[in-house]
Design a protein around this ligand. Sequence first.
Ligand SMILES: [Zn+2]
Length: 128
Amino acid sequence: MNKNLKGALNKMSNVKEAIEKHTTKDGLPREAFAIVGDPEDPETWKLPHHTKAVVDRRPRYYHKRIDLAKTTVDWDRMPAAVAALSRGGYRGERVQAAAEDIIKAARHLAAHYQAANKPVPDTLGALI
Ligand SMILES: [Zn+2]
């Protein structure tokens, strides 16, 4: 095998390994969650609301300015995330988090609505 090609293939498998090494929860990287207590502990990641494409760790995209946060919002999951932050909770259960983390998450989700020119839900508005 050509030496350069062999080197390139080795490099590719290293990249693949690096991508797979990243911890996920339900197939999602931590960046997909509005609350991340401990980056190393998926149990502390709450309110998933992005698709797994929220991070693109492929090196060739490293220098590209793509607004992944904006384009990867999973709008199907947003209502549940919003409800979990509200005082009433999602199906009666409010997310377990520090008050400041709840406010931060509410601001984060509200920013997605604003960026998409959607009305910010009242339940978020009441928190921020
Ligand atoms: Zn987000």
